[in-house]
Design a protein around this ligand. Structure first.
Ligand code: DGI
Ligand code: FE
Ligand code: FE
Length: 198
């Protein structure tokens, strides 16, 4: 299915094959395979929830584009683009989506804000997310390579009702971060307040 997908060239000036080859060179083998599984999952959700399959494919393929960049690249981008300086208190886990979206613009020539927001918010979520953003957030979490307690329930919920999947992941992730004494990026709390808190 996805290998027959022909990009219409209005979102990215590359064929899907070109983009896949670029990612194969950029990412580790395991990260590259994860990205392809996220794409497959995102395309299925796009069909189910009536979102552009081309947007879902592109957003999924590039969502971890910056994951293996050195910290210096992110720090330089945060400073050059005058992004929120609080970002400097975090690390790759937060940077690769939010700051990675800036690298995707200039290096891959993707300027569609829906795709860019799907990349920006794929780790932390956001208080308000388009259907595409919710799809990428969930596809990253439930792709078939994921294996953690609760993943089956997350898959079930997401296929029944996309937003109930978002609620589930948001709560699970915050619990996980607290359990492991990790710092919580404010956007993660905003997502929790908007989606989970009564
Ligand atoms: O890039 P992936 O591994 O495919 O998945 P991801 O981008 O969803 O998550 C990357 C990591 O980010 C994951 O271990 C959970 C972590 N994370 C999510 N929200 C926060 C966070 N880490 C911190 N410190 N703070 C957060 O708010
Ligand atoms: Fe990621
Ligand atoms: Fe990912």
């Amino acid at each position: 299915m996805s290998n027959k997908l022909i990009y219409q060239k209005h979102l990215i000036d590359l064929t899907r094959d070109d983009l896949v080859h670029k990612l194969r060179e950029t990412l580790s083998d395991s990260r590259f395979k994860h990205v392809l599984r996220v794409e497959k999952t995102a395309i299925a959700l796009a069909n189910k929830y009536n979102v552009s399959v081309e947007k879902a494919s592109i957003a999924a393929l590039v969502h971890d584009y910056a994951k293996q960049r050195p910290d210096e690249d992110f720090i330089k981008t945060i400073k050059d683009k005058k992004m929120d300086q609080d970002l400097l208190n975090y690390g790759n886990a937060i940077w690769h989506g939010i700051v990675g979206a800036e690298l995707i613009k200039t290096e891959l020539g993707i300027w569609d804000e829906d795709i860019l927001n799907a990349v920006r918010h794929h780790t932390t979520g956001a208080a308000i997310m388009t259907t595409l953003e919710q799809i990428i957030y969930m596809a990253d979490y439930i792709e078939p390579g994921r294996d953690f307690d609760g993943v089956e329930q997350a898959r079930l919920l997401t296929n029944q009702n996309l937003s109930s999947g978002v609620v589930f992941q948001t709560k699970q992730t915050l619990e996980y971060l607290i359990e492991n004494n990790r710092s919580i990026y404010p956007k993660t709390i905003e997502t929790y307040n908007a989606w989970v808190a009564k």
